[in-house]
Design a protein around this ligand. Structure first.
Ligand SMILES: Cc1ncc(C[n+]2csc(CCOP(=O)(O)OP(=O)(O)O)c2C)c(N)n1
Ligand SMILES: [Mg+2]
Length: 399
């Protein structure tokens, strides 16, 4: 039985049991009430089997008679030998006055083993990419729409050139870019010395990178302040696999807990998680987990006393703030101590580096650390600001 016949059987049964009316059944099957009654009659007499079409396995009424078919077949094998269905159908009409569709000719030839039906080409799920140019090609591995390099050398932040295939002009261009990069990095270094309070997150990120250095894996979170660590050279990933980056729309707290797993997997590497206070509070039950499982990691809380990302989105809407500020400010240092971790609160930029050094040392001694850094909630990375504005203006050309 076909699926359609099975469905019909179910509806017939429902109609018999008076759970639906005949009108409703007919409507659901998309047939007339009269036809529904006819089917119901057959169902009563023969059950499900009664619903099977009487034409099943019988030759079609429009079938060509055997004599005519043989005549055509003879011609196809003699005067039209070797012709494909289309040509054979044309020639049969032209020479013999026999009108027969190319499809019928095709079917006859297939039945006689004289023609092979074409199999439909499968669509490629992963089409091949276009061939690439060979010479002077720049293989861009990380890019940005923002004019990071103000010297006019383009918008690429980290590019890698395939040096075997470079055109001769590339030599001077490469020097130019290397110089621009140097200037840019010096500019960021100066910018990350910014003093004053509240602390600018870029400074925390920069100093973290310097203090923890190589042999470190950074586990990212997805708050607005944590974003500073996504941008090089504020934070430079110094190791292969040196960062556990959040995927699109990560669950907040994924990094806070994930850092424990990462440490257990790679105990020889320094493991640090940069997290917002919101994300931290979603998974702060994993503070004792780190102690219990022997995972001496550092969590640096970028404390804005708010769900900063969401708050900024609300600010752009220009209406009101709702459910984004933490009016109760937990004492994260007390919490750290309660769970046998090292804990410090940092409110002044001069405290950042020594606190990071102590946290790292504590980890080396086998104890997890939590640094609660009070940061400026309104200082957002340029890329984030632009991204947020673009989201409000989706017609811009690169969205
Ligand atoms: C479980 C979950 N809820 C909501 C979000 C959406 N979201 C992304 S960032 C963010 C706010 C993050 O706040 P916080 O961790 O304090 O970082 P801040 O933006 O203040 O730097 C929210 C609500 C999310 N990613 N995951
Ligand atoms: Mg926050």
């Amino acid at each position: 039985m076909t699926e359609q016949e099975i469905d019909r059987g179910k509806l017939m049964q429902m109609a018999e049991e008076k759970r639906i009316t005949q009108r409703e059944g007919a409507k659901r099957l998309g047939i007339s009430e009269r036809h529904f009654r006819r089917l119901l009659q057959r169902y009563r007499q023969g059950g499900d089997q009664g619903l099977i079409s009487g034409h099943r396995l019988k030759p079609s009424n429009n079938r060509m008679d055997a004599e005519k078919r043989n005549e055509i077949l003879d011609l196809l094998l003699t005067t039209c030998e070797g012709f494909g269905p289309t040509l054979a159908s044309e020639k049969l009409e032209e020479r013999e006055g026999i009108r027969v569709s190319k499809e019928t000719v095709r079917q006859i030839l297939i039945e006689e083993g004289k023609h092979r039906a074409k199999t439909k080409k499968k669509e490629r799920a992963h089409p091949l990419r276009k061939r690439r140019a060979r010479r002077g090609e720049l293989v861009q591995i990380d890019g940005s729409y923002h004019a990071w390099l103000e010297t006019g050398v383009g918008r690429t932040v980290n590019g890698r050139a395939d040096s075997n295939r470079l055109s001769p002009e590339w030599g001077s261009r490469r020097g130019e870019i290397a110089h621009a990069k140097q200037l840019y990095e010096a500019e960021i270094a100066a910018e990350c010395q910014t003093g004053g309070t509240p602390i600018k997150t870029r400074r925390v990120v920069y100093e973290l990178n310097q203090v923890f250095g190589k042999n470190t894996i950074l586990v990212n979170e997805n708050g607005s302040q944590g974003l500073w660590s996504y941008y090089s050279p504020y934070y430079k990933v110094l190791e292969r696999d040196g960062v556990v980056a959040p995927g699109e729309q990560t669950c907040m707290g994924g990094g806070v807990m994930g850092t424990v797993g990462a440490k257990l997997a790679r105990p020889e590497i320094n493991m640090v998680c940069l997290t917002g206070d919101g994300a931290f509070q979603m998974y702060n039950q994993d503070v004792p987990t780190a102690v219990q499982d022997g995972a001496p990691v550092t969590r640096v809380i970028l404390n804005t006393s708010s769900l900063g990302w969401t708050k900024y989105s609300q600010q752009l809407l220009g209406e009101r703030y709702i459910a984004v500020d933490f009016e109760t400010r937990p004492d994260f240092v007390a919490m750290a101590r309660a769970f046998h971790c090292h804990g410090e609160r940092i409110e002044d930029p001069s405290q950042i580096r020594p606190a990071l050094e102590r946290a790292l040392q504590t980890n080396h001694n086998g104890k997890p650390a939590i640094l609660d850094v009070v940061v400026d909630p309104d200082d957002h990375p340029e890329g984030f600001v632009e991204f947020k504005h673009l989201k409000n203006e989706p017609r811009k050309k690169y969205l």
